[in-house]
Design a protein around this ligand. Structure first.
Ligand SMILES: [Zn+2]
Length: 342
């Protein structure tokens, strides 16, 4: 990177509040702590957060298929417990935040702020009362489904698969959206199928996020959002986070960081610059992350959080203003989180 550009990028990152709206950190911590490892954030991720100047990481909880349905709740509660222990064992590095005010205070203190999110409502099964418990425990974003069916609705497949007719939100799904809004939890529509997303758009009264979804106009997987869906999420005040997963950036998987910039360009064209963000979904550092037939063998096009400066440089080279990049790096997600979570 040219020295002058590098200095501008560095300065911009120092001033920006950067958010990664989707990282499967809580799930990964559980997997590794159950194998006896400790201080995983400190040893494996903190350096990346700091070098990439990532201020807030939305740390997702995820339940693998083979635990469902019976073990969903226990696995989720264990994940929170493991995360809290991680934070205790590495004081002064990161903290679990329950509001944007706490996240800003964490940054002031030189710590990485973590928000908890659920990637799929499976731990609740169909018990609406449990949502309040998860909120009490600090969960601030609710991904309604992962790429499978649950009590809420149907997930979008990664690639075409034989199945019966697809459905929208269940009665429970509608109630869950309403209850999450009342509790001050952000509804995350990434992984939701088209029918379910249409339902959420119909019933939601607050801005939505798609924490880690790319543009279907550029890569055809059902996991990505159509232009009409992008427009609708933006019209409601929501934000869409572009991810760094090669198969969601390009159909042939031969994606690079330039494809991330292409998806951001498209997103900004359709949604406006105030509705674009980052939900990187970095997975390369997670061994055996998903061992599912339906999942694709994926690759991150960004070499960890520490490589974020490369994306920023690319955006500046494409003519984005500092203000626009601030919004994309995290200002836009921060705005929605502040409005809903507080
Ligand atoms: Zn995901």
């Amino acid at each position: 990177m040219h020295q002058q550009l590098a200095a501008r990028v560095e300065d911009l990152h120092r001033r920006a509040f950067t958010v990664d709206a989707h990282f499967d950190l809580t799930y990964e911590i559980q997997n590794r702590r159950e194998r006896g490892q400790r201080k995983i954030i400190e040893s494996s991720y903190l350096e990346g957060f700091r070098q990439g100047r990532v201020d807030l990481v939305v740390s997702a909880m995820f339940i693998a298929d083979y635990f469902l349905p019976e073990m969903g709740l226990r696995r989720a509660l264990d994940q929170i417990s493991h995360l809290l222990e991680e934070i205790e064992e590495s004081p002064g590095t990161c903290r679990l935040c329950r509001s944007t005010g706490e996240a800003l205070a964490a940054r002031q203190a030189g710590e990485t702020a973590l928000f908890l999110s659920l990637e799929g409502a499976e731990p609740l099964q169909d018990d609406i009362q449990l949502l309040r418990i998860f909120h009490e425990l600090g969960v601030r974003a609710l991904g309604l489904v992962w790429s499978r069916r649950n009590m809420v609705g149907d997930g979008a497949f990664f690639k075409p698969a034989r199945s019966g007719q697809r459905g929208g939100l269940s009665r429970f799904g509608v109630q869950l959206v309403e209850r999450a809004e009342a509790l001050g939890m952000v509804i995350d529509v990434s992984h939701l199928n088209d029918e379910g997303l249409a339902d959420v758009l119909e019933i939601a009264s607050r801005p939505l996020i798609a924490s880690h979804s790319n543009c279907r106009a550029l890569a055809g997987t059902m996991r990505n959002l159509t232009d009409a869906q992008i427009e609708a999420i933006a019209a409601g005040g929501g934000v869409i986070g572009i991810n760094a997963v090669n198969h969601f950036l390009r159909d042939d998987g031969a994606a690079t960081i330039a494809d991330m910039a292409d998806h951001l360009d498209h997103l900004v064209k359709i949604a406006g610059v105030a509705h674009a963000g980052l939900g990187l979904d970095l997975c390369d550092s997670f061994p055996n992350h998903l061992n599912l037939e339906e999942a694709l063998p994926t690759r991150d096009v960004l070499a960890g959080h520490q490589a974020l400066a490369e994306l920023t440089a690319l955006l500046l080279a494409r003519g984005y203003s500092d203000e626009a990049v601030h919004g994309i790096l995290g200002g836009n997600f921060l705005r929605v989180f502040k409005e809903i979570v507080g």
